[in-house]
Write a protein that binds this ligand. Sequence first.
Ligand code: FMN
Length: 362
Amino acid sequence: MSGPICVKDYEELAKEKLPKAVWDYYSSGANNEQTLLDNQQAFTRYRLRPHVLIDVSQVDLSSSVLGSTIDFPICIASTAMNKMAHPSGETAVVKAAEALNIGFMQSTWSTTSIEDVTAAAPNALKWMQLYIYKDREVTKQLVQRAERLGYKGFFVTVDTPVLGTRYRDVRNNFSLPSHLSLENFKSLDPTTKMGEVSGVDGSGLAQMVAALVDPSLQWSDIEWLKSITNLPIVLKGIITGEMAKQAVKANVAGILVSNHGARQLDGVPATLNVDFCLTISFSHQIDALREVVQAVDGKCEVYLDGGIRNGTDVIKAIAFGAKAVFLGRPILWGLAYNGEKGVRGVLEILQDEFKTALQLMG
Ligand code: FMN
């Protein structure tokens, strides 16, 4: 068999294809990348306990997110600037999501506008990821545009009051290539440079965040957001029970247990973390996902992202209470390797692996 057969293959192929600065931006974690390593290792610390002699000829993989049905519980997390991976960028990614009937979370910092994404895949299930800007009008306008276009909810990133330090981006003076821009801002005010990411003496993205994103974001701003939209709001970036309880108090529709792909605060736990080997059916250790699931006690939906690379990773997250998982880097690897086909390839591999693993688990 030729061609990639697992997610790791896509990673290697993408690395071969991408310019170094792009590869560094996509793959890096914050600081010493301790959490980056842990995000993946955490899954390997769990062991599975299969049941046998059970009829597994019919398997239903479907789930739902915020009331929308998806064919299998693997969705696409927001990643910025997809056109650096492939000229088709976010358009290819959303088309793959539409074809497979799963959800697509679009980054505020996409290199395709939400209008163009919607035109490319009008029937896709789409959510918008939001950063809250110092200028609240910017956020408000994005919210209104997404509502008009039929997006089904907002994932507000709450772990980024400032950008984490990513050494590789600092060394590379990371910049968005000049033929690309953050398209969602173009229509806001063409005279400003909001759509540009240009690194002088360090990461251009860190400089942009410092200039535009509000580091004073608080729980009251979630109330504000709720006051300007009726769509469901999910908080992306909660990893402790205390914060999860506050999120429930704030009456949000969901929590995405996420450490931003280990790109923000280095040293936080993996999203699926445990101190020693345990079985799925019997665990009394504290880990980020379980802690959050316990704290919310069914009062809102819980999802997970970070380090999902195999079908068994999906099983482990679902078994610990996630309604769905989200993929960041693997989607970019598929996109870099072969555009929409590559994204579909990655998703289909994980769908198949998840199905096989479920059958083998009984
Ligand atoms: N999260 C956001 O909320 N907004 C973004 O714009 C964003 N851009 C990202 C760009 C890259 C290259 C990567 C790798 C992650 C980004 N994230 C962003 C975090 C992802 O949404 C997600 O939390 C993370 O990638 C999941 O981990 P994984 O890459 O191991 O699957």
